[in-house]
Ligand binder design. Structure first.
Ligand code: IDP
Ligand code: MG
Length: 136
């Protein structure tokens, strides 16, 4: 049975800065994802804090929000069967040093904070995150 899902993906500032946008998009496309919507934006610090508010008690929260708002990002709605789980697999572990061969974070990630991509971690968060960026 099919299980068509949408997930929210972000190409983070470290990857946009290194001009990896098209290479990373091709990783998604070659793995069967359809990029349903996309836009290039730069978040304010306050918007980044709002987006990452689930992490507000973490010691790295301030650095994380500074970083996400430090330069342009590409936000995308990716569509595919089992998009949420499959995108998490394709991204690899949060820390690029621990991610598997062939994953986006293994290929392009620099460090645990500059790990090139974000992807929603659940159906519920995918809906919240898609609304965050694409609700008019
Ligand atoms: P995820 O991006 O793999 O879902 P989360 O645990 O949701 O990972 O963390 C959100 C982001 O916060 C990560 O992508 C990473 O950039 C950053 N982060 C997570 N853990 C640490 C840490 O221990 N030190 C610094 N940054 C971290
Ligand atoms: Mg997460």
């Amino acid at each position: 049975m099919s299980n068509l899902e949408k997930t929210l993906s972000i190409i983070k500032p470290d990857a946009v800065e290194r001009k990896l946008e098209n290479e990373i998009k091709n990783c998604f496309i070659n793995s069967g994802f359809v990029i349903e919507k996309e836009k290039k934006i730069q978040l304010s610090k306050e918007e980044a804090e709002d987006f990452y508010k689930v992490h507000q008690t973490k010691p790295f929260y301030n650095d994380l929000c500074e970083y996400l708002s430090s330069g342009p990002i590409i936000v995308m709605i990716l569509k595919k069967d089992n998009a949420i789980t499959d995108n998490r697999k394709l991204m690899g572990a949060t820390d690029p040093k621990k991610s598997e061969e062939g994953t986006i974070r293994k290929k392009y990630g620099i460090s645990i904070d500059k790990n090139s991509v974000h992807g929603s971690d659940s159906l519920e968060n995918a809906k919240i995150e898609i609304d965050f960026f694409f609700k008019n």
